[in-house]
Design a binder for this molecule. Structure first.
Ligand SMILES: NC(=O)c1ccc[n+]([C@@H]2O[C@H](COP(=O)([O-])OP(=O)(O)OC[C@H]3O[C@@H](n4cnc5c(N)ncnc54)[C@H](O)[C@@H]3O)[C@@H](O)[C@H]2O)c1
Length: 264
């Protein structure tokens, strides 16, 4: 096979159905757009109906088709129903990207328990359910598959910039995503289901708007990043696309920081 043919095959997602959660914004949206450019039938999930519609429109006209489902990933019954509908409509799931997450910071001594539970429900339980519902579809069809979770450098270190950052629920769930990724990778390896994660550093999305709206704070953060800038969402999307596709066929159970050298 020629090099260009090999490259095309290794990067192409043609013939695959890919589900992306949190796909109406930021990293999820950039990933969904790339996936549809790479030929996947792309299913965008989000709880925000208006942004979801715009997200599907962004993917329109690409080689892969895109459809959207509104779902709250903090609601277990709704997730089950949504994946049933995806299986019915698309005939199965080959790739899953879990990008949806909540981030509610606050000091641990006063942190509201209802908020704690909500963050756990979305960031960890919702992600786990999406993983196993996708795995069931892959197992039923005996096709294998690939799952990429979006963790965070905050799941690998609590001292990223050397400044205190009170955010117990987010940090706990991202640490959970890191080890759940490893555990599922080992559990499902014999079924040819690969499970990996990216751990982004600082990415220019609405999630960190409090930081990017404050030029002094942004500058102080950028100073700590060896590459000297924030990441753009698509720079995380490309790494996700690599891990999701055939080019990473021997990679599983890995957490890949995409952080401009922050953790180096
Ligand atoms: N932006 C960063 O600097 C950064 C850094 C490290 C990790 N991450 C991770 O990247 C992922 C994507 O974040 P982003 O930066 O693109 O943020 P974002 O706010 O742009 O996008 C998050 C999306 O998730 C959706 N979502 C949130 N809760 C949901 C729920 N209950 N049900 C359905 N959808 C829900 C939101 O509607 C939104 O569209 C998250 O897992 C986040 O923790 C982001």
């Amino acid at each position: 096979m020629s090099i260009s043919k090999t490259l095309e095959t290794r990067l192409s997602l043609a013939g695959k159905t890919a589900v992306v959660t949190g796909a109406a914004s930021g990293i999820g949206l950039a990933t969904a757009r790339l996936f549809s450019q790479l030929g996947a039938q792309t299913v965008l999930l989000d709880r925000d109906p208006d942004k979801l519609k715009s997200g599907v429109d962004v993917c329109a006209g690409q080689p892969g088709q895109a459809i959207g489902f509104e779902v709250d990933l903090g609601n277990a019954a709704a997730i089950e129903k949504c994946f049933e509908q995806i299986n019915d409509k698309c005939g199965g799931i080959d790739i899953l990207v879990n990008s949806a997450a909540m981030n509610v910071s606050g000091p641990s001594v006063d942190y509201d328990l209802a908020t704690w539970q909500q963050v756990i429900d979305v960031n960890l339980t919702g992600l786990f359910l999406a993983c196993r519902l996708s795995a069931r579809s892959m197992i039923d069809r005996k096709v294998g598959g690939s799952i990429v979770n979006v963790a965070s450098v905050g799941g690998l270190s609590a001292n990223i910039t050397g400044r205190a950052n009170a955010n117990p629920s987010y940090r706990a769930t991202k640490g959970g995503v890191v080890n759940l990724t490893r555990a599922l990778a080992v559990e499902w390896a014999s079924l040819n289901i690969r499970v990996n994660a990216v751990a982004p550093g600082y990415v220019r999305t609405p999630m960190i708007s409090r930081l990017t709206d404050d030029p002094a704070r942004e500058a102080a953060t950028v100073e700590k990043i060896p590459l000297g800038r924030l990441a753009e969402p698509e720079e995380i999307g490309w790494v996700i696309a690599f891990l999701a596709g055939e080019g990473a066929s021997m990679v599983t159970g890995q957490i890949l920081p995409v952080d401009g050298g922050l953790l180096a």
